[in-house]
Write a protein that binds this ligand. Structure first.
Ligand code: FES
Length: 292
C-alpha cells in the first residue's frame, strides 16, 4: 500500500447518534489575532463519561452550534495526543461565528462529530514531513504537527513553513515559539509584509517554500491555508519533485450538514464532508483551480 493511498482509511463514526449534538462547555478562549476575527476556543464535554470516552483523529472536523442561532463546521485543531480538552479556531465571519465570539468561558454550546477522514499518520511514519500553512489554515495542521511531535521518533525530518499577511495575522504564536525552540524541527515563519517591529522573513508562503526547497525524497507534504495559497503551493511542490500523491491537503469550504446529506460541499465529484476533508492533490487536481 502506498503512503499516499489515503482512500482506504476508515472513517470514524460519530459518537452515538450522528445527528445529536452533545453539550460542551467553553473553558478557555484565546484571542489569536488583534483584529478580533480569530478566537481559539478550548472546551470539554459536560457529560463526564463522554469526556473520558470521546475519540477523534487529526484531520477530522465537528459541527458546533449556538442554541437558537445555528451551527457551523470547524476542524478540530487540538491533537488527540493531548486529549484533556478539544480546541477549535473560529474566524468571525457569519451569524454563528459572531454568536460564538460573543460567548464567554462557562458558556454551553452544541458539538456533534467527529466527522470526516483523517490525515494518514500511520502511512506517514518513517517519512520526512513538510507542513505548509497559511493564516488560520494552521488550525488543522497544528493537530497533526503536535500529534507527530508527540511521537517524534516515528518520523524523519520535519519542516514547517507558515505564513500570514502581517505579523498581527500570525495565529498560534505560542505554538510557533515552541516549534522554533525545537531543535528537531526546521520552522520557517514568514509574513507577506512586515511592520516596523518585524525582523523575520518576508515573502509569500509558496515563494518561501521554493527557497527552502525541502527534498521530495521519502517525503510527504501537508498543505493548508487560503485557497490561493494552496493553489500556488502545489506547483512549487511539483517543481521540487513531489508527486501529486505525495501532497496532502484538507479542504474546509462550504460544509453544512457534515454528513453527506445536503450536497453543499461538493467539489468535482467528491463531497468534502463524506470523502474528505483530507485529500491528496492527485484526487483533486483536476478541479481544484476552478472550484476551490
Ligand atoms: S456538508 Fe452536507 S453534504 Fe457535505
Amino acid at each position: 500500500m502506498s503512503v499516499t493511498d489515503i482512500s482506504h482509511r476508515k472513517k470514524f463514526p460519530a459518537q452515538g447518534n450522528i445527528y445529536l449534538p452533545h453539550i460542551v462547555v467553553i473553558d478557555k478562549i484565546i484571542e489569536e489575532t488583534p483584529s478580533v476575527r480569530t478566537f481559539h476556543f478550548n472546551f470539554n464535554f459536560k457529560d463526564g463519561k463522554l469526556r473520558k470516552e470521546f475519540t477523534f483523529e487529526s484531520g477530522q472536523f465537528a459541527e458546533l452550534s449556538v442554541f437558537g442561532v445555528g451551527e457551523a463546521t470547524f476542524c478540530i485543531s487540538s491533537s488527540p495526543t493531548r486529549n484533556d480538552h478539544l480546541e477549535c479556531a473560529i474566524n468571525r465571519v457569519g451569524l454563528v461565528t459572531n454568536a460564538l465570539h460573543r460567548l464567554g468561558v462557562g458558556a454551553e454550546i452544541g458539538f456533534r462529530g467527529p466527522y470526516g477522514n483523517t490525515f494518514p499518520l500511520e502511512l506517514m511514519q518513517g517519512k520526512n514531513l513538510v507542513f505548509v500553512g497559511g493564516g488560520i489554515g494552521l488550525a488543522p495542521l497544528r493537530s497533526i504537527i503536535w500529534n507527530v511531535l508527540d511521537n517524534r521518533d516515528k518520523y524523519g525530518k520535519i519542516d514547517i513553513i507558515y505564513g500570514a499577511r502581517s505579523p498581527a495575522d500570525l495565529c498560534f504564536k505560542y505554538d510557533l515559539d515552541s516549534w522554533n525552540r525545537d531543535k528537531t524541527v526546521n520552522t520557517i515563519i514568514t509574513v507577506d509584509k512586515g511592520d516596523k517591529n518585524w525582523t523575520g522573513k518576508e515573502g509569500f508562503v509558496p515563494a518561501v517554500l521554493e527557497q527552502a526547497a525541502p527534498s521530495a525524497k521519502n517525503a510527504v507534504a501537508v498543505v493548508c491555508g487560503p485557497p490561493i495559497m494552496i493553489r500556488l503551493t502545489f506547483p512549487v511542490l511539483e517543481k521540487l519533485g513531489f508527486t501529486p500523491e505525495q501532497m496532502i491537503t484538507t479542504l474546509e469550504k462550504r460544509m453544512k450538514c457534515g454528513v453527506g446529506k445536503c450536497g453543499r460541499c461538493n467539489i468535482g465529484n467528491l463531497f468534502v464532508c463524506r470523502d474528505g476533508p483530507v485529500f491528496t492533490y492527485a484526487q483533486i487536481r483536476s478541479f481544484i483551480s476552478d472550484e476551490y
